[in-house]
Design a binder for this molecule. Structure first.
Ligand code: AMP
Ligand code: GLY
Length: 445
Protein backbone atom coordinates (compact mmCIF):
# COMPACT_ATOMS: atom_id res chain seq x y z
CA UNK A 1 0.00 0.00 0.00
CA UNK A 2 0.90 3.66 -0.41
CA UNK A 3 0.75 5.88 2.66
CA UNK A 4 0.87 9.67 2.96
CA UNK A 5 2.07 11.15 6.26
CA UNK A 6 1.17 14.80 6.89
CA UNK A 7 3.60 16.84 9.01
CA UNK A 8 7.26 17.77 9.29
CA UNK A 9 8.49 17.07 12.82
CA UNK A 10 10.34 14.37 14.71
CA UNK A 11 7.05 12.58 15.32
CA UNK A 12 6.47 12.32 11.57
CA UNK A 13 10.00 11.02 10.99
CA UNK A 14 9.35 8.30 13.59
CA UNK A 15 6.01 7.47 11.92
CA UNK A 16 7.67 7.16 8.51
CA UNK A 17 10.52 5.06 9.96
CA UNK A 18 8.05 2.66 11.59
CA UNK A 19 5.75 2.46 8.55
CA UNK A 20 8.72 1.78 6.24
CA UNK A 21 9.37 -1.47 8.13
CA UNK A 22 6.00 -2.88 7.16
CA UNK A 23 5.93 -5.36 4.30
CA UNK A 24 2.49 -4.01 3.45
CA UNK A 25 3.98 -0.63 2.56
CA UNK A 26 5.37 -0.14 -0.94
CA UNK A 27 5.71 3.66 -0.92
CA UNK A 28 5.59 6.49 1.60
CA UNK A 29 5.19 10.22 1.10
CA UNK A 30 5.80 12.88 3.74
CA UNK A 31 4.07 16.25 3.27
CA UNK A 32 6.17 18.32 3.64
CA UNK A 33 8.42 16.01 5.72
CA UNK A 34 11.96 16.95 6.77
CA UNK A 35 15.57 15.98 6.14
CA UNK A 36 15.04 12.74 8.04
CA UNK A 37 11.93 11.53 6.22
CA UNK A 38 13.65 12.32 2.90
CA UNK A 39 16.37 9.81 3.81
CA UNK A 40 14.09 6.95 4.90
CA UNK A 41 13.70 3.98 2.60
CA UNK A 42 10.55 3.95 0.45
CA UNK A 43 9.86 7.59 1.37
CA UNK A 44 9.77 10.78 -0.70
CA UNK A 45 8.97 14.26 0.57
CA UNK A 46 6.32 16.19 -1.30
CA UNK A 47 5.87 19.97 -1.16
CA UNK A 48 2.87 21.53 0.53
CA UNK A 49 1.39 24.67 -1.02
CA UNK A 50 2.18 27.61 1.28
CA UNK A 51 4.48 25.37 3.36
CA UNK A 52 1.95 24.76 6.14
CA UNK A 53 -0.25 21.65 5.85
CA UNK A 54 -2.97 23.42 7.88
CA UNK A 55 -2.85 26.52 5.66
CA UNK A 56 -5.70 27.47 3.34
CA UNK A 57 -3.87 26.58 0.09
CA UNK A 58 -2.52 23.25 1.29
CA UNK A 59 -5.56 21.04 1.61
CA UNK A 60 -6.74 21.02 -2.00
CA UNK A 61 -3.21 20.12 -3.16
CA UNK A 62 -2.92 17.26 -0.68
CA UNK A 63 -6.29 15.85 -1.72
CA UNK A 64 -5.31 16.11 -5.37
CA UNK A 65 -2.00 14.36 -4.69
CA UNK A 66 -3.64 11.54 -2.73
CA UNK A 67 -6.18 10.96 -5.51
CA UNK A 68 -3.66 11.11 -8.36
CA UNK A 69 -1.10 8.82 -6.66
CA UNK A 70 -3.75 6.35 -5.46
CA UNK A 71 -2.74 6.79 -1.81
CA UNK A 72 -4.36 4.00 0.20
CA UNK A 73 -4.21 5.72 3.57
CA UNK A 74 -3.24 9.13 4.96
CA UNK A 75 -1.94 9.55 8.52
CA UNK A 76 -2.02 13.03 10.08
CA UNK A 77 0.73 14.01 12.56
CA UNK A 78 -0.01 17.51 13.94
CA UNK A 79 -3.16 18.97 15.45
CA UNK A 80 -3.61 22.04 13.24
CA UNK A 81 -4.75 20.24 10.05
CA UNK A 82 -7.08 18.07 12.18
CA UNK A 83 -8.65 21.16 13.73
CA UNK A 84 -9.04 22.59 10.20
CA UNK A 85 -11.03 19.52 9.13
CA UNK A 86 -8.49 17.66 6.99
CA UNK A 87 -10.18 14.35 7.85
CA UNK A 88 -13.64 15.56 6.81
CA UNK A 89 -12.26 16.93 3.53
CA UNK A 90 -10.35 13.76 2.63
CA UNK A 91 -13.38 11.60 3.42
CA UNK A 92 -15.66 13.83 1.35
CA UNK A 93 -13.26 13.23 -1.55
CA UNK A 94 -13.52 9.45 -1.02
CA UNK A 95 -10.00 9.13 0.43
CA UNK A 96 -9.06 6.97 3.42
CA UNK A 97 -7.48 8.91 6.28
CA UNK A 98 -6.98 8.39 10.01
CA UNK A 99 -7.45 11.09 12.59
CA UNK A 100 -10.50 12.55 14.33
CA UNK A 101 -12.97 14.49 12.22
CA UNK A 102 -13.26 18.22 12.90
CA UNK A 103 -15.97 17.77 15.49
CA UNK A 104 -13.95 15.18 17.45
CA UNK A 105 -10.79 17.30 17.07
CA UNK A 106 -12.43 19.85 19.42
CA UNK A 107 -11.25 17.60 22.26
CA UNK A 108 -7.92 19.34 21.64
CA UNK A 109 -8.84 22.51 19.75
CA UNK A 110 -11.28 23.77 22.41
CA UNK A 111 -10.41 23.45 26.07
CA UNK A 112 -13.92 24.62 26.97
CA UNK A 113 -15.38 21.74 24.95
CA UNK A 114 -12.85 19.24 26.35
CA UNK A 115 -13.59 20.24 29.94
CA UNK A 116 -17.35 20.00 29.41
CA UNK A 117 -16.85 16.56 27.83
CA UNK A 118 -14.79 15.40 30.84
CA UNK A 119 -17.42 16.67 33.25
CA UNK A 120 -20.35 15.21 31.34
CA UNK A 121 -18.83 11.73 31.12
CA UNK A 122 -17.16 11.57 34.53
CA UNK A 123 -13.55 11.65 33.35
CA UNK A 124 -11.46 12.51 36.42
CA UNK A 125 -9.95 15.97 36.00
CA UNK A 126 -9.28 19.20 37.88
CA UNK A 127 -12.27 21.37 38.75
CA UNK A 128 -12.69 24.37 36.44
CA UNK A 129 -14.94 27.19 35.21
CA UNK A 130 -15.22 28.76 31.75
CA UNK A 131 -15.27 32.47 31.01
CA UNK A 132 -16.05 34.45 27.88
CA UNK A 133 -15.59 37.87 29.46
CA UNK A 134 -12.54 39.34 31.23
CA UNK A 135 -14.58 41.01 34.00
CA UNK A 136 -16.02 37.75 35.29
CA UNK A 137 -12.67 35.96 35.02
CA UNK A 138 -10.93 38.75 36.98
CA UNK A 139 -13.64 38.67 39.66
CA UNK A 140 -13.13 34.92 40.01
CA UNK A 141 -9.36 35.42 40.33
CA UNK A 142 -9.86 38.01 43.09
CA UNK A 143 -12.03 35.57 45.02
CA UNK A 144 -9.58 32.70 44.48
CA UNK A 145 -6.51 34.52 45.74
CA UNK A 146 -8.48 36.39 48.39
CA UNK A 147 -9.98 33.38 50.08
CA UNK A 148 -8.64 29.99 49.09
CA UNK A 149 -5.09 30.43 50.29
CA UNK A 150 -1.97 30.40 48.18
CA UNK A 151 -2.88 27.54 45.77
CA UNK A 152 -1.86 28.42 42.21
CA UNK A 153 -4.53 28.81 39.56
CA UNK A 154 -4.18 27.52 36.01
CA UNK A 155 -5.31 29.86 33.23
CA UNK A 156 -5.96 28.16 29.89
CA UNK A 157 -6.82 29.77 26.58
CA UNK A 158 -9.64 27.90 24.87
CA UNK A 159 -8.07 27.45 21.43
CA UNK A 160 -4.87 26.01 19.93
CA UNK A 161 -1.87 28.08 21.00
CA UNK A 162 1.21 25.93 20.25
CA UNK A 163 2.03 25.48 23.94
CA UNK A 164 1.63 29.19 24.81
CA UNK A 165 -1.95 29.04 26.02
CA UNK A 166 -1.46 27.75 29.58
CA UNK A 167 -0.24 29.83 32.52
CA UNK A 168 0.22 28.33 35.98
CA UNK A 169 -0.29 31.50 38.04
CA UNK A 170 1.26 31.47 41.52
CA UNK A 171 -0.32 34.74 42.55
CA UNK A 172 -3.12 37.14 41.74
CA UNK A 173 -1.01 39.43 39.60
CA UNK A 174 0.23 36.65 37.31
CA UNK A 175 -3.32 35.36 36.93
CA UNK A 176 -4.66 38.83 36.10
CA UNK A 177 -1.81 39.44 33.65
CA UNK A 178 -2.70 36.22 31.84
CA UNK A 179 -6.34 37.28 31.51
CA UNK A 180 -5.33 40.74 30.23
CA UNK A 181 -2.89 39.21 27.77
CA UNK A 182 -5.24 36.51 26.41
CA UNK A 183 -8.57 38.35 26.48
CA UNK A 184 -7.81 42.05 26.17
CA UNK A 185 -4.48 42.29 24.29
CA UNK A 186 -5.54 39.18 22.32
CA UNK A 187 -1.95 37.87 22.20
CA UNK A 188 -3.22 34.50 20.98
CA UNK A 189 -5.86 35.91 18.62
CA UNK A 190 -9.19 34.09 18.63
CA UNK A 191 -7.69 31.25 20.74
CA UNK A 192 -7.94 33.51 23.81
CA UNK A 193 -11.56 34.64 23.36
CA UNK A 194 -12.67 32.14 26.00
CA UNK A 195 -10.73 30.92 29.02
CA UNK A 196 -10.79 27.96 31.36
CA UNK A 197 -9.68 28.68 34.94
CA UNK A 198 -8.64 25.41 36.47
CA UNK A 199 -7.60 24.17 39.90
CA UNK A 200 -3.91 23.37 40.21
CA UNK A 201 -3.01 19.69 40.50
CA UNK A 202 0.18 18.47 42.09
CA UNK A 203 2.02 15.39 40.98
CA UNK A 204 4.04 14.10 38.05
CA UNK A 205 2.97 14.13 34.44
CA UNK A 206 2.61 11.02 32.29
CA UNK A 207 1.64 10.81 28.63
CA UNK A 208 -0.42 7.87 27.42
CA UNK A 209 -0.75 7.68 23.65
CA UNK A 210 -3.44 5.35 22.33
CA UNK A 211 -5.10 4.09 19.17
CA UNK A 212 -8.81 4.80 18.94
CA UNK A 213 -11.37 3.39 16.57
CA UNK A 214 -15.00 4.43 16.79
CA UNK A 215 -15.97 4.33 13.09
CA UNK A 216 -18.96 6.51 12.33
CA UNK A 217 -19.30 7.27 16.05
CA UNK A 218 -21.08 3.93 16.43
CA UNK A 219 -20.53 0.31 17.39
CA UNK A 220 -18.60 -1.05 20.32
CA UNK A 221 -15.51 1.09 19.57
CA UNK A 222 -12.09 0.63 21.14
CA UNK A 223 -9.26 2.61 22.66
CA UNK A 224 -6.01 0.65 22.93
CA UNK A 225 -3.37 2.39 25.06
CA UNK A 226 0.31 2.25 24.14
CA UNK A 227 3.06 1.97 26.72
CA UNK A 228 3.36 5.15 28.77
CA UNK A 229 5.89 7.92 28.26
CA UNK A 230 7.10 11.08 29.91
CA UNK A 231 7.95 14.31 28.12
CA UNK A 232 10.24 16.95 29.65
CA UNK A 233 8.74 20.31 28.77
CA UNK A 234 11.04 22.79 30.45
CA UNK A 235 14.14 23.93 28.65
CA UNK A 236 16.74 23.21 31.36
CA UNK A 237 17.81 20.35 33.62
CA UNK A 238 15.78 19.79 36.74
CA UNK A 239 12.61 21.11 35.09
CA UNK A 240 13.77 24.74 35.15
CA UNK A 241 13.47 27.46 32.53
CA UNK A 242 10.85 28.29 29.93
CA UNK A 243 8.34 25.88 28.44
CA UNK A 244 9.28 24.24 25.14
CA UNK A 245 7.69 21.89 22.63
CA UNK A 246 9.40 19.04 24.56
CA UNK A 247 13.09 18.49 25.33
CA UNK A 248 13.01 14.70 25.33
CA UNK A 249 10.97 11.69 26.34
CA UNK A 250 11.33 8.34 27.98
CA UNK A 251 9.16 5.27 27.62
CA UNK A 252 7.75 3.70 29.64
CA UNK A 253 7.28 6.22 32.50
CA UNK A 254 8.83 4.29 35.41
CA UNK A 255 6.22 5.41 37.95
CA UNK A 256 3.16 4.54 35.83
CA UNK A 257 2.78 1.22 37.61
CA UNK A 258 0.08 -1.47 37.52
CA UNK A 259 -2.32 0.13 40.03
CA UNK A 260 -1.89 3.48 38.30
CA UNK A 261 -2.70 1.91 34.95
CA UNK A 262 -5.85 0.34 36.38
CA UNK A 263 -6.90 3.68 37.81
CA UNK A 264 -6.31 5.30 34.41
CA UNK A 265 -8.40 2.69 32.57
CA UNK A 266 -11.27 2.98 35.01
CA UNK A 267 -11.43 6.72 35.62
CA UNK A 268 -10.11 8.15 32.36
CA UNK A 269 -9.96 5.79 29.39
CA UNK A 270 -13.30 4.00 29.87
CA UNK A 271 -15.42 7.13 30.41
CA UNK A 272 -13.63 8.81 27.47
CA UNK A 273 -14.61 5.97 25.15
CA UNK A 274 -18.17 6.06 26.49
CA UNK A 275 -18.27 9.81 25.82
CA UNK A 276 -16.97 9.52 22.25
CA UNK A 277 -19.71 7.00 21.50
CA UNK A 278 -22.45 8.92 23.29
CA UNK A 279 -21.52 12.08 21.37
CA UNK A 280 -21.47 10.07 18.11
CA UNK A 281 -17.94 11.28 17.29
CA UNK A 282 -16.38 9.59 14.25
CA UNK A 283 -12.97 9.04 15.74
CA UNK A 284 -10.50 6.76 14.01
CA UNK A 285 -6.96 7.79 14.85
CA UNK A 286 -4.80 8.47 17.86
CA UNK A 287 -5.56 10.08 21.17
CA UNK A 288 -3.12 11.37 23.77
CA UNK A 289 -4.02 11.50 27.45
CA UNK A 290 -1.93 14.08 29.34
CA UNK A 291 -2.14 12.83 32.92
CA UNK A 292 -1.13 14.11 36.33
CA UNK A 293 -0.48 11.26 38.78
CA UNK A 294 -0.22 11.53 42.54
CA UNK A 295 -0.19 8.60 44.98
CA UNK A 296 -1.38 6.26 42.24
CA UNK A 297 -4.37 8.43 41.34
CA UNK A 298 -4.60 9.76 37.76
CA UNK A 299 -6.29 12.98 36.65
CA UNK A 300 -6.59 14.15 33.09
CA UNK A 301 -4.90 17.47 32.26
CA UNK A 302 -5.67 17.41 28.57
CA UNK A 303 -6.56 15.43 25.49
CA UNK A 304 -4.54 15.76 22.33
CA UNK A 305 -6.14 14.23 19.26
CA UNK A 306 -2.85 12.98 17.82
CA UNK A 307 0.37 11.34 18.87
CA UNK A 308 2.78 13.28 21.10
CA UNK A 309 6.05 14.82 20.06
CA UNK A 310 8.63 13.75 21.31
CA UNK A 311 6.78 10.86 23.04
CA UNK A 312 6.28 9.10 19.68
CA UNK A 313 10.04 9.00 19.11
CA UNK A 314 10.39 7.05 22.41
CA UNK A 315 7.27 4.86 22.14
CA UNK A 316 7.34 3.62 18.52
CA UNK A 317 10.79 1.97 18.78
CA UNK A 318 9.32 -0.28 21.50
CA UNK A 319 6.24 -1.26 19.48
CA UNK A 320 6.43 -4.88 18.35
CA UNK A 321 3.75 -4.79 15.67
CA UNK A 322 3.16 -3.84 12.05
CA UNK A 323 2.27 -0.15 12.25
CA UNK A 324 0.63 -0.07 8.81
CA UNK A 325 -1.53 -2.99 9.95
CA UNK A 326 -2.44 -1.08 13.11
CA UNK A 327 -3.43 1.97 11.03
CA UNK A 328 -5.64 -0.20 8.81
CA UNK A 329 -7.30 -1.75 11.88
CA UNK A 330 -7.98 1.75 13.23
CA UNK A 331 -9.54 2.79 9.95
CA UNK A 332 -11.46 -0.34 8.96
CA UNK A 333 -12.44 -1.69 12.40
CA UNK A 334 -10.90 -4.71 14.10
CA UNK A 335 -8.62 -2.71 16.40
CA UNK A 336 -9.80 -4.82 19.36
CA UNK A 337 -8.35 -7.94 17.69
CA UNK A 338 -5.12 -6.34 16.49
CA UNK A 339 -2.02 -8.08 17.94
CA UNK A 340 -0.34 -5.07 19.53
CA UNK A 341 2.75 -6.12 21.50
CA UNK A 342 5.64 -4.25 23.13
CA UNK A 343 9.32 -5.03 23.37
CA UNK A 344 10.76 -5.25 26.86
CA UNK A 345 13.14 -2.56 28.07
CA UNK A 346 13.07 1.21 27.83
CA UNK A 347 13.83 4.00 25.39
CA UNK A 348 15.40 7.37 26.15
CA UNK A 349 15.02 10.07 23.50
CA UNK A 350 16.69 13.41 24.29
CA UNK A 351 16.14 16.30 21.85
CA UNK A 352 19.04 18.43 20.57
CA UNK A 353 18.02 22.06 20.12
CA UNK A 354 19.50 25.06 18.32
CA UNK A 355 21.17 27.92 20.24
CA UNK A 356 18.53 30.35 21.49
CA UNK A 357 15.58 27.94 21.50
CA UNK A 358 12.78 28.39 22.63
CA UNK A 359 13.42 32.06 21.75
CA UNK A 360 14.89 33.14 18.40
CA UNK A 361 17.33 30.47 17.31
CA UNK A 362 20.13 29.86 14.81
CA UNK A 363 19.31 28.14 11.53
CA UNK A 364 21.19 26.76 8.55
CA UNK A 365 24.13 25.15 10.37
CA UNK A 366 25.49 21.87 8.97
CA UNK A 367 24.84 18.82 11.15
CA UNK A 368 27.83 16.48 11.42
CA UNK A 369 27.00 12.88 12.21
CA UNK A 370 29.70 10.34 13.04
CA UNK A 371 27.80 7.39 11.58
CA UNK A 372 30.18 4.72 12.91
CA UNK A 373 30.02 6.04 16.47
CA UNK A 374 26.24 6.41 16.22
CA UNK A 375 25.85 2.86 14.89
CA UNK A 376 27.76 1.50 17.91
CA UNK A 377 25.06 2.85 20.22
CA UNK A 378 22.23 1.40 18.14
CA UNK A 379 20.39 4.72 18.54
CA UNK A 380 17.98 6.06 15.94
CA UNK A 381 18.28 9.64 14.74
CA UNK A 382 14.88 11.26 14.25
CA UNK A 383 15.16 14.58 12.47
CA UNK A 384 12.78 17.43 13.30
CA UNK A 385 14.01 20.95 12.42
CA UNK A 386 16.57 19.59 9.98
CA UNK A 387 16.54 19.71 6.19
CA UNK A 388 18.72 18.16 3.55
CA UNK A 389 21.69 20.25 2.47
CA UNK A 390 25.11 19.41 1.01
CA UNK A 391 27.17 16.97 3.09
CA UNK A 392 30.60 17.93 4.45
CA UNK A 393 33.55 15.77 5.49
CA UNK A 394 31.69 14.28 8.42
CA UNK A 395 28.53 15.51 6.78
CA UNK A 396 25.14 13.97 7.17
CA UNK A 397 23.78 16.19 4.43
CA UNK A 398 21.54 17.71 7.10
CA UNK A 399 21.29 21.36 8.11
CA UNK A 400 19.42 22.87 11.03
CA UNK A 401 16.12 24.52 10.10
CA UNK A 402 14.12 24.56 13.34
CA UNK A 403 14.47 25.02 17.11
CA UNK A 404 14.13 21.39 18.02
CA UNK A 405 16.59 19.91 15.55
CA UNK A 406 16.61 16.17 16.16
CA UNK A 407 16.16 13.43 18.74
CA UNK A 408 18.39 10.45 19.43
CA UNK A 409 16.30 7.49 20.45
CA UNK A 410 18.15 4.68 22.22
CA UNK A 411 16.82 1.43 23.65
CA UNK A 412 18.22 -0.41 26.65
CA UNK A 413 17.31 -3.24 28.97
CA UNK A 414 16.26 -0.58 31.45
CA UNK A 415 16.04 3.19 31.74
CA UNK A 416 19.68 3.56 32.86
CA UNK A 417 21.11 1.66 29.90
CA UNK A 418 18.83 3.56 27.50
CA UNK A 419 19.96 6.87 29.02
CA UNK A 420 23.63 5.95 28.76
CA UNK A 421 23.31 4.92 25.07
CA UNK A 422 21.23 7.95 24.11
CA UNK A 423 23.81 10.35 25.54
CA UNK A 424 26.67 8.48 23.90
CA UNK A 425 24.73 8.81 20.65
CA UNK A 426 24.37 12.57 21.17
CA UNK A 427 28.17 12.69 21.33
CA UNK A 428 28.23 11.42 17.74
CA UNK A 429 26.22 14.40 16.48
CA UNK A 430 27.34 17.99 16.29
CA UNK A 431 26.11 21.33 15.01
CA UNK A 432 27.07 24.89 15.97
CA UNK A 433 25.33 25.89 19.21
CA UNK A 434 23.83 22.42 19.79
CA UNK A 435 22.44 21.96 23.29
CA UNK A 436 20.28 19.44 25.13
CA UNK A 437 19.08 18.49 28.59
CA UNK A 438 21.24 15.95 30.39
CA UNK A 439 18.50 14.54 32.60
CA UNK A 440 15.88 13.04 30.29
CA UNK A 441 14.26 10.25 32.27
CA UNK A 442 16.20 10.93 35.44
CA UNK A 443 15.45 14.46 36.56
CA UNK A 444 14.18 13.39 39.98
CA UNK A 445 16.78 10.77 40.78
P1 AMP B 1 -2.28 21.43 28.93
O1 AMP B 1 -2.07 22.03 27.56
O2 AMP B 1 -3.67 21.56 29.44
O3 AMP B 1 -1.71 20.07 29.12
O4 AMP B 1 -1.32 22.30 29.88
C1 AMP B 1 0.07 22.45 29.60
C2 AMP B 1 0.88 22.18 30.84
O5 AMP B 1 0.46 23.00 31.91
C3 AMP B 1 0.73 20.75 31.35
O6 AMP B 1 1.58 19.88 30.69
C4 AMP B 1 1.08 20.95 32.81
O7 AMP B 1 2.48 21.01 33.01
C5 AMP B 1 0.50 22.29 33.14
N1 AMP B 1 -0.86 22.15 33.66
C6 AMP B 1 -2.01 22.21 32.96
N2 AMP B 1 -3.08 22.06 33.75
C7 AMP B 1 -2.62 21.91 35.01
C8 AMP B 1 -3.23 21.72 36.27
N3 AMP B 1 -4.56 21.68 36.42
N4 AMP B 1 -2.44 21.60 37.36
C9 AMP B 1 -1.10 21.66 37.24
N5 AMP B 1 -0.45 21.85 36.07
C10 AMP B 1 -1.19 21.98 34.96
N1 GLY C 1 4.65 16.24 24.04
C1 GLY C 1 3.46 16.96 24.19
C2 GLY C 1 2.71 17.13 22.95
O1 GLY C 1 2.94 16.47 21.95
O2 GLY C 1 1.80 17.95 22.95
Amino acid sequence: MKILVIGSGGREHALVWKLAQSEKVEALYAAPGNGGTAGEKKCANIPVAGGDPAGPEALAGLIQFAGREHIDLTVVGPEAPLAEGVVDRFRAAGLAIIGPDQKAARLESSKVYAKSFMQKYGVRAAGSRDFTGAEAALAYIRRHFGGNGPAPLVIKADGLAAGKGVVVAENRKDAEDAVHSFMEQKTLGAAGAALVLEDFLEGREVSVLAAVSVPGGRGPGTIVPFISARDHKRRFDGGRGPNTGGMGAIAPAPDFTGPCQKDFIRHILTPTLAGIKAEGLDYRGFIFFGLMIKDGVCSLLEYNVRLGDPETQAVLPLMDADFAGLCMAIHDGGLDEFPLAWKPGAVCAPVAVAAGYPGDYRKGDPIAVNEAALAKTGALLFAAGARRGEGGALGSGLRTSGGRVLALSAAGAGADEAWEKAYRALGAVHFEGMDYRRDIGREHR
